[in-house]
Write a protein that binds this ligand. Sequence first.
Ligand code: SF4
Ligand code: SF4
Length: 71
Amino acid sequence: MAKGTVHFVEDRCKACGLCIEFCPRDVLEFDNESINILGYHPVVLTKPESCTGCAICGLMCPDLVITVEKE
Ligand code: SF4
Ligand code: SF4
């Protein structure tokens, strides 16, 4: 199965949850351990091994937080 590496500009994340909602592999979550410059818990990838690199998360993000490199 295809894999991807997901990069986050976490200080831009406004925690809207769209990327989490639309990830077909259910591997994105809010990071309750950290707070970004905007005062939100930013999104993190919880299971990198399950990410297919489909880049739907990057397409859905209205704030250009996410870029995906396909491997
Ligand atoms: S690239 Fe696809 S599988 Fe990977 S985190 Fe984004 S939406 Fe989920
Ligand atoms: S869609 Fe973008 S702004 Fe919204 S939670 Fe995901 S990374 Fe953050």
